[in-house]
Write a protein that binds this ligand. Sequence first.
Ligand SMILES: NC(=O)c1ccc[n+]([C@@H]2O[C@H](COP(=O)([O-])OP(=O)(O)OC[C@H]3O[C@@H](n4cnc5c(N)ncnc54)[C@H](OP(=O)(O)O)[C@@H]3O)[C@@H](O)[C@H]2O)c1
Length: 300
Amino acid sequence: MPATRLDGKKIAAEIRSEVAADVESFVAAGNAPPQLAAILVGDDPASQVYVRNKERACEKAGIASRLDRLPASTTQAELLAKVAELNADPAASGILVQLPLPSPEAGGTGIDERAVLDAIDPIKDVDAFSPVNVGLLMQGRPRFLPCTPHGIVQLLSRTNISTSGKHVVVVGRSDIVGKPMAMMLAQKDSTCGPETANATVTLAHSRTQDLAEVCRSADILIAAVGRPEMIRGEMIREGAVVIDVGINRVDDRLVGDVAFAEAENVASAITPVPGGVGPLTIAMLLHNTLMAAKMQAAGN
Ligand SMILES: NC(=O)c1ccc[n+]([C@@H]2O[C@H](COP(=O)([O-])OP(=O)(O)OC[C@H]3O[C@@H](n4cnc5c(N)ncnc54)[C@H](OP(=O)(O)O)[C@@H]3O)[C@@H](O)[C@H]2O)c1
């Protein structure tokens, strides 16, 4: 029997309407609407689309958005000044610097991405990239959770897939997806409760030996590699749950990191690409922006 498709789009819509309802009560209680302040440096077409999608999603949830467009020639000092301006602006609840910053080949000035992310006030760090928020997550007392792994926890919880006591293999160790994903599932508790935590986690990467065998030992396999269809059917244990984070453009199609047609015949449940993890990332960004506004309103 082919695997159940885990409908990320539907779950993201659920979360977005929950956030919208919560924003409405927050505003009805006399607060200014939350605002997401995005900074876009340069004119990378994919980044422009991502920022536009985030703006639209904000609008639908009753969250205000502000976009500062800066030219590719912006220097690090200029970008840091913009971040400082938004840190000091009480209207900006959350700050997001759209990545990647333009490379020197694309007219960029060689800005140190880390220095810019570090400069965002941790209370406005809705992407959860700042060392303070990463540290809090590591210690099991998170403030903001990074959007993509948090979206995956929500997806697992809302489809009644427990990770407790299971062997989860995460392939990919980026700071944005793989590393925080592994950390979140290894904790004793999650925002959705202990059933979507308490996993035994293996974090695999490009130096992992016999990746296929490691993947086959997973009850839940999470692929965040950025290589189209790298995870083949024979790397998946019969009945495993497969979460495909990859978004890769091949010709005119978007494909994941998992060979979907093969995986579907082996797995018990699987996220499609598109329509799986992707929509959840934006939903969790809205959630974080509202959380930021609430914390700031409460003077935290
Ligand atoms: N759905 C969403 O909302 C969303 C959000 C973010 C990212 N993504 C997508 O998810 C994918 C991963 O993104 P990312 O930012 O995490 O990527 P990244 O920063 O490029 O990291 C890729 C990771 O994969 C590992 N890797 C590369 N080749 C491998 C191989 N042959 N075998 C095993 N591991 C290998 C790398 O290992 P090393 O560390 O050893 O180099 C690295 O840890 C991309 O397709 C991206 O577009 C989707």
